[in-house]
Ligand binder design. Structure first.
Ligand code: SF4
Length: 284
């Protein structure tokens, strides 16, 4: 996890990017009643469907939505799910303690030991889950305690996790879940190799939040989590939700809608990786 001082440093950097390239009104989520934000059709798309450009021809979305094929679960997907669950669990444990008026050390003592019963998970992944859980718990509590001591106030929760947002006005799902929101910054956790299109998720959530709350959401952070043996490595990439990034997301959304409305089956790509959850369907 990153701490609040790092977060503020990132915000300052993104603020300068925003000053040189302010967002056009027409590209705000609250402009959902007219193009380019208004979609051609309302299909309740997930942000992951639009932003997850792992399949170059977008055949994966077609297979899932039109052919009813269920993706084969892979280790990468399992690790991603466990990582999200561990962060969410640690954050909610802290939130519960804060609401009950407990001190940071009390919250830590009560929640430091966990024994997750994770079905179908080997020892290595179980340990990874515990490491991410503990690292999140310690980071948030350290931050809260520092704030409380330096401002002479009680503990206050700086982070909302699994934040629900209704993206239906812009053709997305009515039940999107933002990994976390901290000081108005959208956080998206990723496990594994960094890809340029990961920043599309931040744009999708920003547009959805703007459409629901009519408030600007211009900043995001992609938090990359990896493990080296017993150590968790965290790196963060700041994302300013610029005009070009908004346009890119809207083009991808419109492209997916075209694919799903047409009767043409997207072709199999020639650069498929065996880790694709549809590999067995496309390459029988
Ligand atoms: S196997 Fe290839 S074509 Fe099929 S969904 Fe995966 S990436 Fe796309």
């Amino acid at each position: 996890m990153i701490n609040r001082r790092q977060l503020f440093r990132f915000i300052r950097r993104m603020y300068y990017w925003a000053k040189t390239d302010p967002v056009d009104e027409d590209l705000r989520g609250w402009s959902w009643d007219r193009p380019p934000v208004k979609p051609r059709a309302y299909l309740g798309l997930g942000v992951y469907e639009v932003a997850g450009k792992y399949c170059p021809t977008r055949r994966d979305v077609w297979l899932r939505r039109k052919a009813g094929v269920r993706p084969k679960s892979s280790k990468t997907m399992l690790v991603g799910r466990l990582m999200h669950e561990a962060i969410d669990k640690a954050t909610k444990s802290v939130l519960r303690g804060v609401v009950q008026g407990k001190k940071a050390w009390e919250i830590y003592e009560e929640n430091q030991s966990i024994d997750p019963s994770l079905k179908g998970v080997d020892d290595e992944l179980r340990q990874l889950y515990i490491n991410i859980y503990k690292s999140t718990l310690i980071t948030i509590l350290g931050e809260l305690e520092y704030e409380a001591l330096t401002t002479n106030s009680s503990l206050q929760m700086p982070l909302f996790t699994e934040y629900r947002v209704d993206g239906s006005l812009i053709g997305l799902s009515s039940n999107l879940s933002v990994d976390a929101l901290a000081n108005g910054v959208i956080l998206d956790y990723k496990f594994g190799e960094a890809r340029d299109f990961h920043k599309l998720s931040i744009a999708g959530y920003a547009l959805a939040l703007e459409s629901e709350y009519e408030t600007p959401f211009d900043y995001g952070l992609i938090i990359y989590v990896s493990n080296r043996g017993q150590r968790i490595r965290i790196s963060a990439r700041p994302v300013y939700v610029s005009n070009s990034l908004r346009r890119w997301f809207l083009e991808e959304r419109d492209n997916i809608i075209e694919i799903l409305l047409s009767d043409e089956e997207p072709p199999v790509d020639n650069r498929c990786k065996e880790s694709c959850p549809f590999y067995g369907v496309c390459h029988p």
